[in-house]
Design a protein around this ligand. Structure first.
Ligand code: ZN
Length: 305
């Protein structure tokens, strides 16, 4: 079997040339699935296989278990063809602002719910691998999504408002990488898991003078607090926050915490790869093959966006 080459770049003409039918997509997935780890039958563990029933499926020569390249991946039980799933993943990963499920539904003529169920899977794959925490100079702050912000006391997210914490690397010449997460309130207990997941303990952290940051200094010894000066002390971070808000406003109105986290992950997946868009589609494909698909909790299945 000829070796698959990574699909690189954002050019849709090249994409259409490369992926013309479902079989091309099965080939791509099979290479991802079985090139990094050697084939081993999921049922009996045998390592020899023959051709299976579907394109690029493998059938165990001992127990006859037939495994498709999509089995156990985020493409499993997809409601549309694999080619369409590839198209959606390509658009969402390479378009600067992604694509809302409303746009997808209009363009592909599928129900919006079908589109956002698949988009949710893509967002799951866009979660940080947590392998590269933010380092160097890192600015951190919180902001509200939805509802009025003026004159509100800092603290709990109320009603439809959601509180989000965000951290951004400041590099010479501007922005580095960033992550954001929904939090229930602005207490240090809520901040802590975010810090642990996304920020290197040795980072030169800067936050404003909010008391919630003080207890974190025992772990993050370089954490400094400076007067916010109405955001003027953190110009890059505030531009970043503004951009997230504008993007969110453009594609959805309000949504559950779980959904909002999905959007924040999607935003930062693209943001953190804005200088290496070449490989963004392939990275997403690998994750969609390797990550366990997770269902949305029922309470989250609300406004389709
Ligand atoms: Zn077997």
């Amino acid at each position: 079997m000829e070796r698959r080459e990574q699909f690189l770049g954002e050019n849709s003409i090249n994409f259409n040339r490369r992926f013309q039918c479902d079989e091309d997509c099965y080939h791509y997935l099979s290479e991802i699935k079985w090139s990094s780890i050697d084939y081993r039958c999921k049922r009996c563990g045998y390592t020899k296989y023959g051709k299976g029933s579907k394109p690029y499926s493998r059938r165990c020569t001992k127990c006859n278990y037939d495994e498709s390249p999509t089995a156990g991946t985020m493409f499993d039980k997809c409601k549309f063809s694999l080619l369409i799933a590839f198209h959606i993943a390509f658009r969402i990963s390479t378009k600067k602002k992604g694509m809302s499920s409303a746009e997808l539904s209009e363009e592909l003529d599928f129900r919006q719910k079908t589109c956002w169920e698949f988009k949710w899977k893509i967002q799951q794959a866009m979660k940080s691998s947590l392998r590269y925490p933010l380092r160097g100079t890192v600015h951190v702050d919180e902001f509200y999504v939805g509802g009025e912000e003026e004159g509100e006391k800092r603290g709990r997210g109320k009603g439809k408002k959601r509180l989000v914490i965000v951290a951004l690397e400041i590099v010479r010449g501007g922005f580095g990488r960033a992550y954001a997460a929904t939090i229930t309130d602005a207490s240090s207990d809520s901040f802590k898991p975010f810090f642990e997941k996304y920020i290197d303990k040795d980072a030169d952290l800067v936050a404003d003078e909010w008391t919630g940051y003080i207890p974190l200094k025992s772990t993050y010894q370089k954490l400094r607090q400076v007067p916010s000066n109405k955001g003027k002390s953190f110009p890059e971070l505030h531009i970043h926050i503004m951009n997230i808000k504008i993007w969110l406003r453009g594609i959805h109105h309000h949504c559950s915490e779980e959904r909002l986290q999905g959007y924040l992950d999607e935003y930062h997946f693209r943001f953190n790869r804005r200088n290496k868009m070449e490989s963004i589609f392939d990275v997403l494909m690998r994750r969609m093959v390797q990550y366990e698909p997770k269902r949305l909790s029922n309470s989250t299945e609300e406004t389709a966006v």
